[in-house]
Design a protein around this ligand. Structure first.
Ligand SMILES: [Zn+2]
Length: 376
């Protein structure tokens, strides 16, 4: 999943044809059999149709098209879908416009089946955030490999490395001379590797950096690593230099998860004082919705499962918890089953980050379960 693909999903708007967005938890640990998540899907279908009827005001043709689209999705799940180790499945589909996109995620997603005239991308963007832009360097004393991860997709970029050749047999040298020669070669190799990685950083501006290196060699690399790279170091791991890309991906995934946990914890720790200062953050549904309407949200943080009914203006997308008439254009607003979900969708379309946390954090609880960091 690349930023361009996300942007193309975000910009896709159908013309009068309902677009279905399916998020399904297909984690093999919890749903070992196909029938398990098929049952979940059937359960979601009923509720999705009810909500679409209420919120989108579909005509008879549109209702029928939606029904056919949902049946096709059910058939796909029953007959075609192969899990292949994925834990989350995302499908966007609009049959009338031949629009069909399947995305397999390494992370589980919360089950949702949403109908709108555009793909509902908020849960996808949330799943992928924190996995944005990583550089992974593998190195030993003689060789190096470099990988680039962007929006969860890892690719090897060792083509940019000019590798130090393998050591030749230096028969006849005294042992200590050979040792010194070898140590010098290793230093040259690590310096070169570090320089190329820094050039790569200047070209790609990745956010985080991870290194696969032995504990023994790490202090040597650390000595020559550019401060910008050290600053971005998210983790270090042991791996064979010839590891295949899946092994590297698994190592990276746990570093990313750890990085995400750390960031979320930092955010939560600062939330109380920030809300009290009342400058950069707002708390509570009314203020958060106001900030969303003003397009000021930079980050939205909510308790898992936090949802409220509300309303939306179909003309200008204003969302509200209490109003029945749009304060912006004075039109009647449409009732929504979940105004929080709508706010999240609007927020990601304003390039905001979303973070969902388990309920129970004191500052977030005091804010009523939802808060937002403002852009200005
Ligand atoms: Zn309006």
């Amino acid at each position: 999943m690349t930023a361009t693909e996300i942007a193309s999903l975000r910009d896709y708007v159908s013309h009068d044809h309902p677009v279905v967005s399916l998020y399904l938890d297909v984690d093999g640990a919890r749903f070992p059999r196909r029938g398990d998540y098929e049952a979940e899907f059937s359960f979601l279908v009923h509720e999705a149709r009810r909500r679409a009827r209420q919120e989108l005001g579909l005509g008879k043709d549109q209702e029928e098209a939606l029904g056919a689209g949902l049946s096709a999705l059910g058939e796909y799940l029953a007959l075609e879908f192969e899990r292949e180790g994925a834990r989350g499945l995302v499908v966007f589909s609009c049959r009338q416009e031949d629009f069909w996109r399947v995305i397999l995620l390494k992370q589980p997603v919360e089950n949702k089946l949403l109908v709108d005239f555009k793909p509902r991308i908020a849960p996808l963007v949330e799943s992928l955030s924190g996995y944005e832009h990583f550089c992974v360097l593998l190195t030993n004393k003689e060789m190096a490999r470099i990988f680039h991860a962007y929006d969860g997709e890892l690719a090897e970029r060792s083509d940019i490395l000019d590798q130090v050749p393998k050591r030749h047999n230096q028969g006849g040298w005294e042992q200590n001379k050979l040792q010194r020669w070898h140590e010098k070669e290793v230093r040259i190799h690590l310096k070169k590797t570090s320089d190329v990685t820094f050039d790569f950083f200047r070209a790609e501006r990745f956010d985080h950096f991870a290194v696969g290196i032995s504990d023994e060699l790490w202090p040597e690399l650390e000595k020559v690593l550019h401060p910008y790279l050290k600053e971005r170091l998210a983790g270090r791991f042991n791996v064979d230099i010839n590891a295949n890309i899946n092994e590297v991906e698994a190592k990276l995934f746990s570093i990313e998860e750890e990085e995400r946990r750390r960031e979320t914890q930092e955010l939560l720790d600062s939330l109380g004082p920030e809300l009290e200062a009342g400058k950069n953050y707002v708390g509570g549904l009314d203020d958060v919705l106001a900030a969303v309407n003003e397009r000021r949200v930079d980050l939205l943080i909510a308790e898992r499962g936090f949802s409220r009914t509300g309303r939306k203006c179909n003309a200008c997308s204003t969302v509200s918890f209490g109003e029945e008439t749009c304060p912006n254009c004075r039109l009647d607003m449409t009732p929504l089953t979940d105004v929080v979900e709508e706010a999240k969708e609007l927020a990601v379309r304003q390039d905001a980050r979303l973070i969902t946390v388990p309920p129970g954090h004191p500052a977030l609880k005091q804010a009523g379960g939802i808060a937002a960091r403002l852009r200005y």
